[in-house]
Design a protein around this ligand. Structure first.
Ligand code: FAD
Ligand code: NAI
Length: 502
C-alpha cells in the first residue's frame, strides 16, 4: 500500500509540477520572466535545440529538480546517419524522425528559434521559426506566433551547425544540402524529376544526357554515403524502370584533397575508392569546385589554372559545416575577449561556456578549450548524457525537503548517477556505408584500444554492412522507429524502392 501511495503522490506531484493544469495568462507571462525568487521555485533549465546533444540530455535530466524547457525551431529529432538512405527512398521520412513531445514527455517543448542572449540578465529572445528550408505552410503558421523573451537559471546551447559553402558562388541557389528531412525529400524529388524529364519524348539528346549527370561535392562521410545510396538506387531499381537511360547516367564525386573519407584510416579510403569504381561512381580527387551554375559545375584541378565545366542536373553539396548565426550572436553577446574561438562556443572541461554564468554548450556548436573533438553525433550524444549527470548532481537554490523529493533524488542517483568530473570522450569508432551492400568501419583507438589489440581496427565489406545496420537499428530511439526501419529495409529488398514523386 505504501508503494501505491508513493507512486500516486509522485504522479500528482509530476502533473501539478509540470504546469499541466490551466493557469491564467498573467501568471504565464510572469512565469516567462521568472518573477518568483529562486528559493521558492524549481530552477529553470532551458535547452536550445532538439538534435543529438539535446535529446541525450533531455532523456536523463531530472524533471523534478529543474523546470526543463526545450526550445527549438524543429519539433522533432532527426536520425542524421540514416538521412542518405531517405534521399533515395530506401527509408521513409517518418522512420528517421521522433517527435520531441513523444520521446521527452517529461519536458516542456516550445517551437521557436532563439535570436539572442543577455548573459547578465539571464534572458533569451525568441522568434517564431522562419527557417528558410521550411515548407510554405510552416512559414505561414509561424507568422501567428508572437516573439517572446524568457528567463533562465541554467541554459544549455545545443544548436548544432549549418552547411559550409565557403561562399562558393551558386551553391545556395543551385545545390542541395543534406542536413534536414526537408533536404532529403527535396533530393529524392529532384532525382525522380531528372529521370522523368530525361524520358520526355521531346527532350533533346544533349539535355537528356545532362539531366542524368549527378554531382556530389565533398568526399567526407556525407558525400560518400549519399553517392553510395544513389548508385544503389540506380543499379537496383532505376535501371529496371528506365532501362534505356542506364548507360547515360553518371555519378561524379568531387573531392578537393587526394582521397575520399580522409578522416578515416587509409585502408577505408582505399576500400571506398575500389567499391566506387565497381559501382560506377567516378571520383574526381584533387579537384576544387569553384562555382555551381544551374546546369554545370565549374571545377579547378590541383596545380592547374584552367577552369573546367562539368554538366550537372542534381548537385549535392557536402563540404562540411560552419557555426550557425545564433552561435556567433551568442559569442558576441558574451564578448569575444572570453570567446576567443571564432568557429564555436568555447567551454571548459565541464562544458561551461567561458564568460557566461550558468550557460553550457555542447555538440557541433561548441568546443572544449584545448581539446577539440570531431563534429559527430557520437560526441554530441556523449556530451548530452554527461551534462545531465553533471546538472542532476548540482545543488540548486530551492531544495525541497519533502520525502517525495528525497525519493526522487535517490531515484536519479541510481538511474543516471551524478558526476562532478570533467567530460571525457570515449571514442567508439566510425562507420560509413560505401554502397553495394558494403560498409567500412574504423575502430582505431576505440573502446580503449580493444579492437587494435585483436587486430580488427579496420573492417570493410558486406559483413561490416551487417554491423552498420545492426548499430543504427539499435540507435533508433523508439520501438516505433525500430519497427519502421526493419519494415523499410525489408520492403526495399523485396519490392524495390518507391520513387513516385509527391
Ligand atoms: P544537431 O543534431 O544538428 O541539432 C541542432 C538542433 O538545434 C536542431 O534541432 C536545430 O533545429 C536546433 N536549432 C538550430 N538553430 C536554433 C536556434 N536558433 N534556437 C534553438 N534551436 C536551434 N555523426 C556520427 O557520429 N555518425 C554518423 O553516422 C553521422 N551521420 C551523419 C549524416 C548526415 C547526413 C549528417 C548531416 C550528419 C551526420 N553526422 C553523423 C553528424 C551528426 O549528425 C552531428 O554531429 C550531430 O547532429 C550534432 O549534434 P548537435 O546536437 O550538436 O546538433
Ligand atoms: P567533412 O568536413 O567531413 O568533409 C567535407 C569534404 O569536402 C572534405 O573532404 C573536403 O576536402 C571537401 N571539400 C571542401 N570544399 C570543397 C570544394 N570546394 N570542392 C571539393 N571538395 C571540397 O563534411 P561532411 O561529410 O559534411 O561531414 C560533416 C560532419 O559530420 C563531420 O564531422 C563528419 O565526421 C560527420 N559525419 C559523420 C558520418 C559518419 O561517421 N558516418 C556521416 C556523415 C557526417
Amino acid at each position: 500500500r505504501a508503494a501505491v501511495l508513493a507512486a500516486g503522490g509522485f504522479t500528482t506531484y509530476a502533473v501539478v509540477d509540470y504546469g499541466l493544469h490551466p493557469r491564467p495568462s498573467s501568471e504565464v507571462v510572469d512565469d516567462l520572466l521568472l518573477t518568483k525568487p529562486a528559493t521558492e521555485r524549481k530552477e529553470r533549465l532551458i535547452v536550445l535545440g532538439s538534435g543529438w546533444g539535446a535529446v541525450a540530455l533531455l532523456d536523463k535530466i531530472d524533471p523534478f529538480k529543474y523546470e526543463v524547457i526545450c526550445i527549438s525551431p524543429r519539433n522533432h529529432f532527426v536520425m542524421t546517419p540514416l538521412l542518405p538512405s531517405v534521399t533515395v527512398g530506401t527509408i521513409e521520412t517518418r522512420t528517421v524522425v521522433e517527435s520531441i513531445r513523444s520521446i521527452c514527455p517529461h519536458v516542456k517543448f516550445i517551437e521557436a528559434e532563439c535570436t539572442g542572449l543577455n548573459p547578465q540578465g539571464k534572458t533569451l529572445t525568441f522568434t517564431s521559426s522562419k527557417r528558410p528550408s521550411s515548407s510554405r505552410e510552416v512559414q505561414d503558421s509561424a507568422k501567428t506566433r508572437p516573439e517572446f523573451q524568457m528567463a533562465y537559471d541554467k541554459l544549455v546551447v545545443a544548436v548544432g551547425a549549418e552547411n559550409n559553402t565557403f561562399n562558393t558562388p551558386g551553391v545556395e541557389q543551385h545545390a542541395h544540402f543534406l542536413k534536414e528531412i526537408i533536404d532529403a525529400r527535396r533530393i529524392r524529388a529532384a532525382i525522380v524529376d531528372a529521370f522523368e524529364s530525361a524520358c520526355n519524348p521531346a527532350q533533346t539528346e544533349e539535355e537528356r544526357k545532362r539531366l542524368l549527370n549527378f554531382v556530389v561535392v565533398g568526399g567526407g562521410p556525407t558525400g560518400v554515403e549519399f553517392a553510395a545510396e544513389l548508385a544503389d538506387l540506380l543499379h537496383e531499381d532505376l535501371t529496371k524502370s528506365f532501362p534505356k537511360l542506364k548507360n547515360d547516367v553518371k555519378i561524379r564525386l568531387i573531392e578537393a584533397t587526394d582521397k575520399v573519407l580522409g578522416m578515416f584510416d587509409s585502408k577505408v579510403s582505399a576500400f571506398t575508392a575500389q567499391t566506387f569504381e565497381k559501382e560506377g561512381i567516378e571520383v574526381l580527387a584533387n579537384t576544387f569546385v569553384k562555382e555551381v551554375k544551374q546546369k554545370e559545375v565549374l571545377v579547378q584541378k590541383k596545380g592547374s589554372k584552367e577552369i573546367e565545366s562539368i554538366p550537372s542536373s542534381v548537385v549535392v553539396w557536402a563540404t562540411g559545416i560552419r557555426s550557425r548565426p545564433i552561435t556567433n550572436k551568442i559569442r558576441e553577446c558574451i564578448g569575444v575577449k572570453e570567446q576567443t574561438n571564432p568557429r564555436a562556443l568555447l567551454t571548459d572541461g565541464f562544458l561551461r561556456v567561458r564568460g557566461a554564468d550558468g550557460v553550457y554548450a555542447m555538440g557541433d556548436c561548441a568546443t572544449i578549450d584545448g581539446k577539440p573533438l570531431p563534429a559527430t553525433a557520437q560526441v554530441a550524444s556523449q556530451e548530452g548524457k554527461y551534462l545531465s549527470k553533471y546538472l542532476n548532481g548540482l545543488p540548486t537554490a530551492h531544495e525541497d525537503s519533502s520525502v517525495l523529493n528525497a525519493v526522487r533524488k535517490m531515484y536519479w542517483k541510481v538511474a543516471g548517477g551524478f558526476t562532478s568530473e570533467p567530460f571525457e570522450y570515449a571514442h567508439r569508432g566510425s562507420l560509413a556505408y560505401t554502397g553495394g551492400d558494403s560498409a567500412a568501419a574504423d575502430f582505431k583507438g576505440a573502446m580503449n584500444g580493444f579492437f587494435d589489440s585483436i587486430g580488427m581496427s579496420v573492417m570493410t565489406g558486406k559483413a561490416t554492412n551487417i554491423l552498420w545496420r545492426s548499430f543504427y537499428m539499435s540507435e533508433q530511439l523508439s520501438m516505433r522507429t525500430k519497427a519502421l526501419l526493419a519494415v523499410d529495409w525489408a520492403k526495399a529488398k523485396v519490392f524495390g524502392r518507391d520513387f513516385s514523386r509527391y
